[in-house]
Write a protein that binds this ligand. Structure first.
Ligand SMILES: Cc1cc2nc3c(=O)[nH]c(=O)nc-3n(C[C@H](O)[C@H](O)[C@H](O)COP(=O)(O)O)c2cc1C
Length: 198
C-alpha cells in the first residue's frame, strides 16, 4: 500500500468560490494523487482550475468541522498557484494537476508539488487528534459500514479522547458523535463516557 497523507485540500470553482475538504493524498513516484469519489464539488473545481493546495491543520476541528457542515475556516492566498490554503496550518503544499485518470467512481488527479512551506513548529503527536481523524473518516462512511462496526471503532477511539484530549479535540469529537448518533437514529450520545482505564 502507498503512503497516504491526510490533509485539508482547498480548490476553487470557476466563479472563485473556495471548497475546503479533508482528503488523503496518495504518494506515487514523488507525485501525489487526489482521488475524490463522485459526485464531488472538488472534481468540478479541478476541471475548472486544475490546481489545489493541501494543508496540515493545527486545529483538528477543521477536519471534524469539514465533514459535519462547518467549512468556514480562514484561508490565505497561495504563494505560487492561483488558489488559497488553510490559514492555521503547520504547513502546506501547492500542486498543479499534471494528469487525470478518468474513472466513473473515483477519478485520480495527479498533482505535481510546485511549492511547500512551513508555518509553525510541529511539537508532538496527540492521540486524541488521531482519534478525531479516524472518527471523521468513519463518519463519511456511515452508509457503507455496519452500525456494529461503527460503534466498536468509535468506542475504541473514545479511549484516546478521554485520556489525551484538550478542549478543541473534545469539541471536534462531539461534532462527530452527533453526526454518527443522528445517522444511527439515536437521541443521546453514541457512547457512554469511556472509562479512562482502557
Ligand atoms: C481524513 C479524511 C480523508 C478523506 N479522504 C477522502 C478521499 O481521499 N477521497 C474522498 O472522496 N473522500 C475523502 N474523505 C471524505 C471527504 O472529505 C468528504 O466526503 C467530502 O465531503 C467530499 O468532498 P466533496 O465535497 O468535494 O465531495 C476523507 C475524509 C476525511 C475526514
Amino acid at each position: 500500500m502507498p503512503l497516504i497523507l491526510e490533509t485539508v485540500v482547498t480548490t476553487r470553482s470557476a466563479e472563485g468560490d473556495v471548497h475546503l475538504v479533508p482528503f488523503g493524498l496518495i504518494e506515487d513516484g514523488g507525485e501525489w494523487i487526489l482521488a475524490p469519489f463522485r459526485p464531488s464539488p472538488t472534481i468540478l473545481n479541478l476541471e475548472a482550475n486544475p490546481v489545489f493546495a493541501a494543508s496540515s491543520p493545527r486545529d483538528i476541528r477543521v477536519i471534524a468541522g469539514a465533514v459535519t457542515g462547518r467549512r468556514e475556516w480562514a484561508t490565505l492566498p497561495c504563494a505560487v498557484i492561483p488558489g488559497v490554503r488553510l490559514a492555521e496550518s503547520f504547513g502546506h503544499a501547492e500542486f498543479e494537476v499534471v494528469a487525470v485518470e478518468e474513472d466513473e467512481t473515483r477519478p485520480r488527479y495527479r498533482g505535481r508539488m510546485v511549492h511547500r512551506e512551513s508555518h509553525t513548529p510541529f511539537i508532538g503527536y496527540n492521540r486524541a487528534q488521531g482519534a478525531v481523524l479516524e472518527a471523521a473518516i468513519l463518519s463519511t462512511r456511515l452508509t457503507m459500514l455496519e452500525p456494529e462496526k461503527i460503534l466498536t471503532e468509535m468506542a475504541y477511539h473514545a479511549i484516546a479522547i478521554s485520556k489525551t484530549a484538550g478542549p478543541a479535540e473534545r469539541e471536534a469529537w462531539s461534532w462527530i458523535e452527533d453526526k454518527v448518533a443522528a445517522a444511527l437514529g439515536r437521541d443521546g450520545p453514541v457512547l457512554a463516557q469511556p472509562d479512562a482505564a482502557g
